[in-house]
Ligand binder design. Sequence first.
Ligand SMILES: Nc1ncnc2c1ncn2[C@@H]1O[C@H](COP(=O)(O)OP(=O)(O)OP(=O)(O)O)[C@@H](O)[C@H]1O
Ligand SMILES: [Mg+2]
Length: 324
Amino acid sequence: MAANDAAFIELDAVEKVFTVRRRAGWMRRERHEVRAVDGISFQVPRGEVVGYIGPNGAGKSTTIKMLTGILVPSGGRLRVAGIDPSKERTRLARRMGVVFGQRTTLWWDLPLRDSYALVRRMYRIPDDRYRHNLERCVELLDLAELLEVPVRQLSLGQRMRGDIAAALLHDPDVLYLDEPTIGLDVISKVKVREFLREVNTEQNTTVLLTTHDLTDIEQLCQRVMVIDHGRVMYDGSLAGLHAVGESERTLVVDLERELPPIEGVPGARTVRVDGARQWLAFPAAASAAPIVAAVAAAYPLVDLSVREPDIEDVIAKMYAERSG
Ligand SMILES: Nc1ncnc2c1ncn2[C@@H]1O[C@H](COP(=O)(O)OP(=O)(O)OP(=O)(O)O)[C@@H](O)[C@H]1O
Ligand SMILES: [Mg+2]
């Protein structure tokens, strides 16, 4: 392990303050500070996949922009692979890939294939690596039919897969993904997750991922960081996050007929009744099996499903607790 592998990404009290002008009545403008990132510190070892989550405006994209060198921090210290991103953006570019789900890094008028050829020249990717990586991306991200299509004609989900491929053609050590599954259909999401998992296992690529999709986190991330108001609210495992947020899963049962609220199920309480359908909440960390068994033993059950807690709820609850 190289010296900086344990702290491949390293932030120490990093801040980003934006100064914005706001209208304050007729013809007046007030200067106003937005502390988008308000003293964030963490380290990510090489090869780790970290979920960087939080509500809208929390400071996630701003953090990623500083990590890629697009934005210069207003304070604190930041290093990626020992490099200060905003000072040596070009040197770092060779080692990093980035995907902003909201915006493409591809050339709007060019077919994907030509965009990739440009990426290859930009990074001087050796022939064999390029061919190997492109082939793999095309296969795993299902791009074969799309290579000759100009980027502007691609659907959001197709373009996103195209963007992810472009970010990985030069074998980066670190990959930043800002909402990479936004707008993807279920099948594409599965493909993208499988692909990212494979890249991480095979190449030990370090991944920092922002998403509003809990499944992305569950299936990809060993570690979750929750950001709110530019600060780290939580840093640990997903299971731990649920424990902290005391989040609940919901058992949705369809009974044979309309009945009074289900009672007497240990560890669960009925939170909603709508006709023959009832909702029972139970702690997210608990197993659903004994609850299902208890309901099935006492009630005429037709169908059931378990709903996972909504990550936004967990975060909202956590934040309310901390600020309250
Ligand atoms: N260029 C900018 N100028 C002024 N304010 C900005 C700028 N970029 C971001 N902000 C502000 O900084 C805060 C954090 O924004 P950021 O884009 O990092 O949030 P986010 O966590 O990525 O949210 P989302 O989930 O909506 O993508 C917000 O209040 C936003 O309005
Ligand atoms: Mg964002």
